[in-house]
Design a protein around this ligand. Structure first.
Ligand SMILES: C[S@@+](CC[C@H](N)C(=O)[O-])C[C@H]1O[C@@H](n2cnc3c(N)ncnc32)[C@H](O)[C@@H]1O
Length: 336
């Protein structure tokens, strides 16, 4: 390089500013590559052992016409140090790839994927989405990734269920938005003779819950494909649970949800809710952003505001409990 070129780079183009960003840019490349390597099945394939380009092309079901693009993508992984390449075969090399490829780290891998695929996209596209009035839809998320990443919450939700059972031994329970049904298994395990009804308004999610119940040999839960708003009747349940779904309802709908829950509960019955709330870590703040930008529901609730809404819907003995130390993840228990 000529001295004049160097001078132009330093004085006209401020090359030092760019060099200072080099590491950050590499982090973006690395996380993007490893996320796609995880969701495409590349990490899993290479976790079985070294593979050639043709083998990977077959395993990832990529068309012959895209072989050059596949090679270019793998070359990025090699350049970033995440993949090794020797004698025509690729292998896992980087710490991040090797960590996420392990079977026992699948929940962490799903959380990582949720952060990069959805939270990162929300952070990146928020100003444009707001200007263009382009809201996220439920179909913008892969339900399986979300279901897997939310498994990290299981011990906390189970603690919340135990909290509610300290105060009542419910005979009839309704679980609203049951998702893949993992808490139905817990409830059935804890309360063998209670009548349990579960609803979810997404057909594929109900199918997943059905699968979960079959796998656990549970045949006595009334599982329905239904929206909570379409539930009829009153004074039917001793306990209603809503886990991780109050933000699937818009701020306006939430009061209706709580009033509907109040109506469906027997006198003295309890409502248990678990939810991420405002004021959490960067992950929860980004989750709040995704829902704020979406047509699905709305921003995460404020703890005090949710308690107030419970009171306005007629609930008494409204209590909240922080479930995750240092994180804005709460349980709310209220009585009719
Ligand atoms: C994030 S998932 C949580 C699933 C499960 N409760 C858990 O904690 O793993 C939220 C669920 O609420 C369901 N949901 C949202 N609005 C609903 C409604 N109006 N009626 C019934 N289910 C609803 C969604 O379909 C989704 O499965």
């Amino acid at each position: 390089m000529q001295l004049s070129t160097l001078k132009k780079l330093i004085f006209d183009k401020n090359i030092f500013a760019f060099l200072r960003l080099g590491k950050q840019v590499d982090t973006v490349y690395r996380t993007s590559f490893v996320t796609a390597a995880n969701s495409s099945g590349l990490l899993n394939s290479l976790n079985q052992g070294e593979q050639s380009l043709i083998q990977l092309q077959q395993q990832l079901t990529i068309d012959d016409t895209k072989r050059d693009a596949l090679e270019a993508w793998l070359e990025c992984g090699v350049r970033l140090g995440e993949l090794g390449f020797r004698s025509g075969r690729y292998r896992l090399k980087g710490k991040l790839s090797r960590h996420l490829a392990k079977q026992e780290n699948q929940i962490a891998a799903a959380m990582f994927e949720e952060a990069i695929r959805y939270h990162y996209d929300a952070l990146l596209s928020a100003p444009v989405r707001m200007k263009q009035d382009k809201a996220y839809q439920l179909s913008d998320q892969d339900g399986k990734v979300i279901a897997q990443s939310s498994q990290i919450l299981e011990p906390f939700v189970e603690e919340a269920i135990e909290w509610s059972l300290k105060h009542t031994q419910p005979k009839a329970i309704l679980e609203v938005g049951c998702g893949a049904g993992k808490y139905l298994v817990y409830l059935r395990d804890r309360l063998s003779s209670s009548e349990i009804t579960a609803i979810d308004y997404q057909a594929d999610v109900v199918a997943q819950a059905n699968q979960t119940l079959l796998q656990n040999n549970i045949k006595d839960i009334d599982l329905r494909h239904q929206s909570f708003f379409d539930m009829q009747g009153e004074s039917l349940y001793d306990l209603i649970t809503l886990h991780n779904n109050i933000y699937y309802f818009t701020a306006e709908q939430r009061q209706t949800v709580l009033t509907q829950a109040h109506k469906l509960l027997k006198p003295g019955g309890q409502l248990l809710m678990t939810t991420s709330c405002q004021g959490g870590s960067s992950a929860i703040t980004a989750l709040n952003l995704w829902f704020s930008l979406s047509d699905v529901g709305g921003a995460l609730p404020e703890v005090e505001q949710l308690k107030q809404s419970l009171g306005q819907s007629g609930f008494v003995h409204v209590n909240s409990k922080r479930l995750m130390p240092g994180e804005s993840y709460f349980a709310f228990l209220a009585q009719k």
